[in-house]
Design a protein around this ligand. Structure first.
Ligand code: NDP
Ligand SMILES: O=C(O)C1=N[C@H](C(=O)O)C[C@H](O)C1
Length: 242
């Protein structure tokens, strides 16, 4: 499978390039970054797949250019909205190429999300704390948003409400997604960690996952690439192919 990497000079892109170069069933078609012509690189190098780790603000133009250039998209870049996904479904129908988007490509992290979803219905209080390196430009993380979305689906089924308080210092209770509090820590030393704390009378439970090296994302990226390369589908979340 011929893989082009978009965002190739970035922290994730560099890791993906090295992984592709060292994998027996993958060929590096192109290493693309800011200022390069993605469509031309895809066509001139006969890329089957574009693996994208760039910026939230260019997420849609990147997917569109990939699909209409004849490649399938495997996208880690965060920031996609439900409206974006509907638009992408139309592009897939037009092009016959597939798109796999995952807020997190680590199997262990996706398991954490699923465990949190499973537990969410049993606890009134829920908070998500995500920890990332200081260079991360967006917050909260796409993983935290996805986790909160999954948990809220369960909480709403069981009418589990919010727990509003009045803050002495604005923002000190973090962000709020349907009653789930979200906190983003940015600190050198972290790669990517998240914990979900669920609480109720007399107890609390913490579900946590830590990524300490970006190689942890590679198996999930490979799984997604092998799944989507010959399918005209939109997949949102690695859990759908585990
Ligand atoms: N889904 C997942 O499992 C994961 C998702 N991510 C997400 O991936 C994204 C990238 O993360 P990370 O690698 O740490 O970020 P980096 O900033 O390290 O890398 C992004 C790269 O993309 C380049 N870039 C910016 N704009 C464009 C463009 N229009 N076309 C091509 N390249 C461009 C940047 O160039 P320049 O620096 O010059 O702007 C940079 O080289 C983020 O949204 C992050 O949240 C990260 C890890 C895992
Ligand atoms: O920027 C990162 O590093 C990461 N971003 C993704 C997110 O926003 O969820 C995935 C992971 O947390 C690492």
């Amino acid at each position: 499978m011929r893989v082009a990497v978009n965002g190739a000079k970035g922290k994730m892109g560099q890791t993906v390039v090295e992984f592709v170069q060292n994998h027996s069933s993958l060929e590096l078609a192109a290493a693309i970054d800011l200022g390069d012509d993605l469509a031309a690189e895809v066509k001139n190098n006969s890329a089957d797949i574009v693996v994208d780790f760039t910026r939230p603000e260019v997420r849609m133009e990147t997917v569109k250019s990939t699909l209409f250039s004849g490649a399938s998209a495997v996208v880690g870049t965060t920031g996609f909205t439900p409206e974006d996904l509907d638009t992408i479904k139309g592009w897939i129908k037009e092009t016959g190429k597939g798109c796999f988007i995952a807020p997190n490509f680590i199997v262990g992290n996706v398991l954490m999300q699923q465990f949190a979803k499973q537990a969410a219905r049993y606890y009134e209080y829920a908070e998500i704390i995500e920890y990332h390196h200081q260079q991360k430009v967006d917050f909260p993380s796409g993983t935290a948003v996805k986790t909160a979305e999954l948990m809220s689906e369960e909480r709403e089924k069981f009418n589990i409400g919010t727990n509003d308080q009045v803050a002495n210092i604005e923002g000190s209770r973090g962000g709020d997604y349907k009653g789930i509090k979200l906190h983003a820590v940015r600190m050198p030393g972290f790669v990517a960690s998240q914990e979900v704390i669920l609480g109720d009378s007399g107890q609390y439970m913490t579900i946590r996952h830590d990524s300490i090296e970006r190689t942890s994302y590679m198996p999930g990226i490979l799984m997604a690439s092998e799944y989507i390369h010959d399918k005209a589908e939109l997949v949102y979340g690695l859990e759908h192919i585990l």
